[in-house]
Design a binder for this molecule. Structure first.
Ligand code: ADP
Ligand code: ADP
Ligand code: ZN
Length: 215
């Protein structure tokens, strides 16, 4: 089963994708994570996208489509979760073509809806484990032991993203409404869209996603 988690920045896509990886053995493909990895390793592409990402604008379709295309060659027995991709209609068409070329298809698109006020609170409180990528929050998802990752036990490895500030978030939200939200209609027309209320507790959202996917 291949699915897309679609929603604005801070909707909980990464959090829910990580759960599906653990519970269902799926593979998470996050273009945001891939782009951040390119920055950290200092590749030419990483340097090229750094300022764009920090501002909160979208990087070019060519770059992210290229990143996804590379990943689709890997084993897909558990199914892919596309997290933060596609973000434009061009990316959505490219994904359909790439999957078709592999004899695969897209099963469902989960739209996670969360209102803007809640998104600000989520984004400004977000931090992640620098070792394993587990996602935390200052108030809604603290690790059991202070400064220690629940998932991998790393100590003092938490970090915050350069673009998780209110100004960049405003740009990212605008990009979402302008370029990404048309995908809701696109996938509705293809009868793939399933809407989930993303405002509830992490557990409840996870339950709603499972129900939407008949898991
Ligand atoms: P969020 O968790 O806020 O939804 P991501 O980690 O998915 O953000 O993405 C961070 C940044 O990386 C985006 O603001 C954008 O600059 C870039 N990016 C990630 N995925 C894409 C994509 N599919 N298309 C264009 N830009 C992307
Ligand atoms: P996205 O990948 O859509 O940008 P994340 O999964 O990174 O979103 O979540 C953004 C922030 O909100 C993180 O700090 C995460 O711990 C927190 N969060 C995620 N889901 C919920 C939820 N249902 N309720 C409260 N906080 C949440
Ligand atoms: Zn960790």
């Amino acid at each position: 089963m291949n699915i897309i988690l679609l929603g604005p920045p801070g909707a909980g896509k990464g959090t829910q994708a990580q759960r599906l990886v653990v519970e269902q053995g799926m593979t998470q493909l996050s273009t945001g994570d891939m782009l951040r990895a390119a920055r950290t390793s200092g590749t030419e592409m990483g340097k090229q996208v750094a300022a764009v990402m920090d501002r909160g604008d979208l990087v070019t379709d060519e770059i992210v489509i290229g990143l996804i295309a590379e990943q689709l060659d890997h084993d897909n027995s558990g199914g892919f979760i596309f997290d933060g991709f596609p973000r434009t209609l061009k990316q959505a068409d490219a994904l359909a073509e790439l999957l078709e070329a592999k004899g695969q298809s897209l099963d469902s698109v989960i739209e996670m809806s969360v209102d803007d006020d809640a998104l600000v609170a989520r984004i400004t409180g977000r931090y992640t484990c620098g070792n394993c990528g587990a996602v935390y929050h200052d108030t809604t998802k603290k690790p059991a032991v202070e400064n220690t990752c629940d998932e991998c036990d790393s100590k003092d490895k938490f970090k915050r993203r350069a673009d998780d500030n209110e100004e960049s978030l405003r740009t990212r939200l605008m990009a979402y409404y302008k370029d990404t939200s048309p995908l809701i209609g696109y996938y509705y027309a293809k009868k793939k869209l399933k809407r989930v209320d993303g405002l509830g507790e992490i557990e409840d959202v996870a339950g709603a996603i499972k129900m939407a996917l008949n898991l």
